[in-house]
Ligand binder design. Structure first.
Ligand SMILES: [Zn+2]
Length: 431
């Protein structure tokens, strides 16, 4: 979500005086700069949360004193209607009725040993559990620089050239701080980023290593900002392989982002294992993908009212890829719009949608990028199946990770890599 969207959604709030309670991005950034604690959501709706660790301390209801003196090494937390039931699971024969305590949420768990184990992985500092109906939400709260230590090898590899690793760390820090500011504009938000691909993949501290930590330390506090955006970090997107040219956010998600004005050529990612891909979609695959769309995601482009019926009972006769208007088809090979033609009750209907939506609906493992061409599949004799030949992997916005790797190998510095992939942003030391 961009700032324009935030402003738009605030304008829809009916309550007067609500503006006074919403902190300004600059104020949030100042607070982040002081404590540097990021909230990483590990589980959104878990039936229970089991935490292991040495000498665990539980803090209930946001309190500053631990709730029990007999500290355990294992607790299982179950959530129900605003209360958290903590069951001691390190006692042989423990039962929920005899070895449990009821606590007021949120419940924060810490250990003086430094590491908490959740789902077999170690996490630093603290984990906070809140109830969502009968489910638990688990959020790891830790120093953002330590978060980046663990992130490097989850999102890519610390064995890559040092300038590429450093550029990646700066991009990841920038993205994280951007999301922290965005989420905290809502004072009741409980987390800043997800630990999954929907934000940045974080598997705790298990993947930390010394090369990763060195890159984090060397770039400490460095973020990318837009020259006209104050000191607010941009939403520094990155992706695996652009396939020759990066993409702009508005062409993927339909909205502009501060700090992204130009897409750039990338002659650097040819060595990526994902530089080329191909996929085949049969008529049924296209049908399933469109039905998954629910006609929404802003991509309907005037679909006929009876689109579901047309897709379910009609025959797919053609699939075409259209380039952006006013640009040559071969300019960078990215597809703006996919046009599907359906024959239904003797009438031909066209159903169009942005190519980026095809990735969402057919699956990014199948349609890996929006840089593709479409032809009839020869495998199936040219009937009822289409072949997609594409380049690159990912949404294509911001830094191309495989391109950054090659730039590092060729002697470019971290600043060169960032300047190349984020030409409309500049580096700033936030702390
Ligand atoms: Zn590239």
């Amino acid at each position: 979500m961009g700032y324009s969207t935030i402003i738009f959604s605030l304008a829809l709030l009916p309550l007067t005086g609500v503006f006074a309670s919403i902190p300004k991005p600059q104020e949030i950034l100042e607070r982040i700069t002081r404590d540097r604690i990021i909230r990483v959501r590990l589980a959104e709706a878990a039936p229970k949360v089991a935490i292991r660790g040495f000498d665990l301390r539980l803090y209930a209801g946001g309190g500053g004193e631990p709730v029990r003196a007999d500290r355990r090494s294992e607790w299982e937390l179950r959530c129900q209607g605003g209360r958290v039931r903590a069951v001691r699971t390190d006692v042989p024969g423990a039962t929920a009725s005899t070895d449990a305590i009821d606590l007021v949420e949120p419940v924060r768990i810490e250990t003086p040993a430094g590491f908490l184990f959740f789902r077999g992985r170690p996490y630093r500092q603290s984990i906070t559990v809140r109830t969502l109906g009968s489910f638990c939400e688990a959020v790891n709260e830790l120093d953002i620089e330590k978060y980046l230590d663990g992130l490097v090898n989850a999102e890519f590899s610390s064995s890559w050239p040092a300038p590429a690793v450093a550029a990646q760390v700066v991009a990841a820090r920038t993205y994280a701080v951007h999301q922290m500011i965005r989420m905290r504009r809502n004072p009741s938000s409980t987390y800043d980023v997800d630990a999954s691909v929907s934000d940045q993949v974080y598997d705790g501290s298990i993947k930390e290593d010394s090369r990763a930590s060195q890159s984090v330390l060397k770039t400490k506090g460095l973020v990318l900002v837009a020259p006209d955006g104050g000191k607010i970090p941009i939403k520094a997107f990155y992706h695996s392989t652009c396939g020759g040219r990066t993409e702009l956010p508005e062409k993927v998600w339909g909205m502009c982002e501060s700090g992204f004005k130009r897409s750039v050529k990338c002659p650097f990612c040819g060595a990526s294992p994902r530089i080329k891909w191909s996929a085949e979609l049969a008529a049924d695959d296209v049908r399933d993908a469109l039905l998954r769309s629910d006609g929404g995601a802003g991509g309907t482009l005037f679909w006929p009212a009876s689109w579901r019926k047309i897709i379910r009972t009609g025959k797919l006769t053609d699939v075409r890829a259209l380039p952006y208007a006013g640009e040559k088809a071969q300019l960078d090979g990215r597809v703006a719009t996919v046009v599907t033609s359906w024959s239904h009750a003797g009438v031909l209907h066209e159903i169009r949608f942005p190519a980026a939506r095809l990735r969402d609906w057919a699956g990014p493992q199948k349609i890996r990028s929006t840089a593709f061409s479409v032809s009839r599949s020869r495998v199936r004799g040219g009937f009822g199946a289409w072949r997609f030949d594409g380049r690159g992997n990912g949404h294509g916005v911001g830094m191309c990770q495989w391109g950054a790797k090659t730039m590092g190998e060729r002697g470019f510095a971290m600043q060169d890599i960032l300047k190349h992939y984020y030409p409309d942003a500049m580096l700033r030391k936030a702390w």
